[in-house]
Write a protein that binds this ligand. Structure first.
Ligand code: SF4
Length: 334
């Protein structure tokens, strides 16, 4: 993994996805002593915007920019490669979101994820090239590079992947310092008395049942948007069909391969139940009486346990590594 520290990088940039971990890293990077102790003095932060984040993510981003980045003189660049929802529905892009598929023979399929590369990584690379002084496709000399600080925590070590380009090297400060997500959340509470929303597209197929339940209960406008999108892509996105690559079978946002408004989102998977139990134990031991910082973990009462649909744990969407250790492998397109 290219984590070169010698010679020093030309620029040091925080990849800010605005979830708990990268929010915590922004606080570290904009706090003088802390930034020096962690060797995390940064030149900029980059937020890659798919255009379909929930409004609370944009509010959170504005707030931390106002509170921490601006006073420290650190620019936060918002980069965009389009609007993932509109591009898919209007046929401008294949989108490549990881939809669940019911194949014509009744078997299960799952589209490969290409959306983070298209809507996040490409914009980040463009911006990094520009900041390094080599925009477009200009050749970047050896030795000119940006060190990207990525907020994977110790509990996410399986998501770590090497950088795919020579002019960007990856560094994982939370793993260097043995911080897991709960450590970040705990320290962050001292500085940030607001919920940190989970950064992900409103209609991401990787949402857990818990996330869908919170959305349905607390953000009905987002839920309606996701339900409408789910119905609209039942026969696949318009773009591939126009390009002569229609979907074989039917597509869904929920892993049950049922329409979202009929999907069994009230069911609690084994993994969710275990995560909730561990979180409750952790909370009781270190912070009795506290409420979760992250809105998506503030799940309302759960009543069922579904042992047959064990969805993968949900992370903030990152362009730098798989969302889970069960990334889809099978394609359902012709
Ligand atoms: S949140 Fe989901 S749909 Fe959006 S870019 Fe990430 S993986 Fe794709």
């Amino acid at each position: 993994m290219p984590t070169t520290t010698n010679p020093p990088p030309t620029l040091r940039i925080l990849s800010l996805d605005a979830g708990v971990q990268s929010t915590f890293l922004l606080k570290v990077a904009t706090t003088g002593t802390w930034a020096r102790m962690w060797n995390m003095s940064i030149d900029a932060a980059i937020f890659a915007d798919t255009g379909w984040e929930p409004p609370e993510v944009y509010e959170h981003l504005d707030r931390i920019e106002q509170m921490w980045a601006r006073p420290a003189g650190i620019p936060i660049y918002r980069v965009s490669s389009g609007h993932i929802r509109n591009d898919i529905l209007e046929g401008r892009s294949h989108g490549s979101i990881p939809l669940f598929v019911r194949n014509p023979d009744g078997s299960d399929g799952h589209l490969r994820r290409g959306c983070t590369d298209r809507y996040k990584l490409q914009g980040i690379r463009r911006k990094v090239r520009q900041l390094l002084g080599y925009p477009g496709t200009r050749r970047i000399p050896a030795g000119v590079r940006a060190e990207m600080l990525i907020g994977f925590s110790e509990d996410e070590i399986t998501r770590v992947r090497p950088s795919m380009v020579r002019y960007m090297t990856s560094r994982f400060p939370l793993i260097e310092h043995g911080y897991d997500r709960d450590d970040c959340e705990w320290d962050l509470r001292t500085f940030y008395p607001h919920p940190v929303p989970r950064s992900a597209c409103v209609g991401c197929p990787f949402h857990t049942n818990a996330h869908w339940r919170v959305m349905k209960t607390h953000h009905p406008d987002q839920w309606a948007d996701a339900v409408a999108f789910d119905a609209a892509i039942r026969n696949g996105a318009p773009g591939p069909a126009r390009a002569g690559q229609p979907l074989r079978g039917t597509a869904y946002l929920h892993r049950s391969r049922l329409p979202l408004d009929q999907a069994p989102i009230e069911h609690v998977t084994r993994r969710e139940a275990r995560a909730a139990r561990l979180r409750a134990q952790w909370t009781a031991s270190v912070a009795p009486g506290r409420t979760p910082l992250s809105y998506a973990t503030a799940d309302p009462a759960t009543t069922h346990t579904d042992h047959t649909s064990d969805a993968p744990a949900e992370h903030t969407c990152s362009p730098w590594g798989c969302r889970s250790d069960s990334e889809p492998a099978d394609e359902a397109r012709t």
